[in-house]
Design a protein around this ligand. Structure first.
Ligand code: GUN
Ligand code: FE
Length: 446
């Protein structure tokens, strides 16, 4: 790359759950995709001389009023093959929705041409929404999953890409033929990503048992073995999503009292595990997630549509216990591919939970939602040493926000403080306010 970038203006990022840092007149310098300087309160007039002395970038982008830089959004839970089915069957319960809408749709990804077309639109669509990192479930097809990985690399999105494992309780036309073929396809996908991105600059394979009901114990065991032999690979599954799903899981695995014990016994719970939903959680299971250092992908939109978890997900309790939490669009169970929408729905769900818990589980504030969408997501993906905020040394995954575009966010007033402008963007902005998207310093949307 060898490229230098410099920005002068407002920079906003999270230092922690309730620590939002707003830096005015910041000077940010990026070199080879990495943040090399972040100076605070540098008068605009001093920028040229300062940069001259650094002998780095000559071009500076000066941000005007209403413009600011934020870290890229992290989508910790997303189904790439559901991109074209977003919004369908939103009144159904999870297992019926899988049977009637999702499995027939995902089966189409057998067709390579179809996979290329939809996955290309999917990656473009998420980059447009400012999602610089996504943890993707693929379909069960190895070839289509490799195409998704190729596209993420070409288009410059940081991604976890997983071939979905499922060999039972799915129609014959859409399930892995055997435990052996499911594991062999997984190994092939792992090799493919290691070949196209040998240093893992952008991509990782993510082990993706869809959930326990669609996986034989032998398959879960095989995936646990791959996980233990490959300590660099993340793991993702659906966890305590809905009562319908939990009850079915219990009938299939009567030897386990809960899903935490189930997945742990197969070697699938550790600090690299990303557990989607976590709606119905006992104290015991929360303790297990904390001890095992698992992360939660909170998917507030699908929880309140196909998931049936409604406002049951105890996010405030997870945060209080120090469990890692990020946000997921869960696109297509979630109807939206915008993390801003997920943030707003997380706020609504948390308010509902506050009422239902008689004030015990306090609702989430805007800076907390922003943390979940950025640094929290990075922690869940164990990428917080690389991304999530603008600490010097991290990679430059960033969004240039323009909240002043007339006709889009019309309610920007002369007297609004930066904090007010930020709050308005989070609650009322959309992708039209995201002017530029960078991943590792590469401009991937402008
Ligand atoms: N559980 C198993 N598969 C899925 C899926 O595709 N979406 C959701 N929301 N839950 C699931
Ligand atoms: Fe999901």
């Amino acid at each position: 790359m060898g490229e230098h970038l410099a920005f002068h203006g407002t920079v906003i990022h999270s230092l922690g759950l309730s620590e939002l840092e707003i830096i005015e007149d910041a000077l940010m310098v990026v070199s080879d995709g990495r943040i090399v300087r972040l100076d605070k309160h540098i008068p605009k007039a001093e920028v040229p001389t300062l940069l001259e002395s650094l002998s780095s970038p000559k071009e500076v982008r000066y941000l005007g009023r209403g413009e600011f830089l934020i870290p890229g959004f992290v989508d910790t839970h997303n189904h790439a093959p559901q991109y074209a089915q977003r919004g369908l069957g939103q009144s159904m319960h999870i297992l019926d929705w899988l049977d009637k809408v999702t499995f027939p749709n995902e089966a189409r990804f057998q067709d390579i041409g179809y996979a290329k077309r939809i996955y290309s639109q999917c990656v473009d669509g998420f980059l447009k929404q400012g999602i610089t990192t996504a943890s993707y479930y693929g379909s069960l097809h190895a070839d289509a999953t490799n195409i998704l990985a190729d596209l993420c690399l070409q288009k410059g999105q940081r991604a976890f890409v997983g071939k979905c494992n499922m060999n039972r309780n799915a129609p014959e036309f859409y399930r892995d033929a055997s435990v052996e073929s499911s594991l062999a396809d997984t190994e092939a996908c792992i090799r493919h990503i290691r070949k196209i991105d040998p240093e893992g600059k952008l991509l990782k394979h993510v082990l993706t048992p869809r959930f326990a009901t669609t996986c034989d114990p032998e398959l879960l065991k095989g995936l646990g073995k791959i996980a233990s032999e490959n300590p660099d690979l993340p793991i993702q599954t659906h966890f305590n999503e809905a009562e319908q799903e939990i009850n079915f899981t219990k009938t299939l695995f009567p030897e386990f009292k809960n899903e935490a014990d189930l997945y742990e016994s197969f070697g699938l719970l550790n600090r690299r595990s990303i557990l989607a939903h976590c709606c119905f959680m006992t104290d015991y299971e929360m303790d297990r997630l904390k001890s095992l250092e698992c992360g939660v992908a909170h998917c507030p939109i699908s929880n309140m549509t196909v998931g049936g978890g409604f406002m049951a997900s105890p996010i405030r309790q997870f945060l209080g216990r120090g469990i890692k939490v990020g946000l997921g669009t869960d696109s297509g169970g979630g109807y939206s591919s915008s993390i801003l929408d997920a943030m707003r729905q997380a706020l609504v769900a948390s308010n509902a939970r506050e009422v239902a818990s008689q004030g015990q589980d306090r609702g989430l504030g805007i800076s907390e939602l922003f943390f979940l969408a950025t640094l929290g997501g990075a922690q869940v993906c164990c990428l917080d040493d690389k991304i999530g905020n603008f600490e010097v040394g991290k990679e430059f995954d960033a969004l240039l926000i323009n909240s002043g575009t007339p006709g889009i966010m019309t309610m920007l007033e002369d007297w609004d403080s930066t904090e007010t402008i930020f709050d308005k963007f989070i609650m009322t902005g959309d992708d039209r306010n995201i002017d530029q998207v960078y991943v590792r310093g590469r401009l991937v949307k402008s």
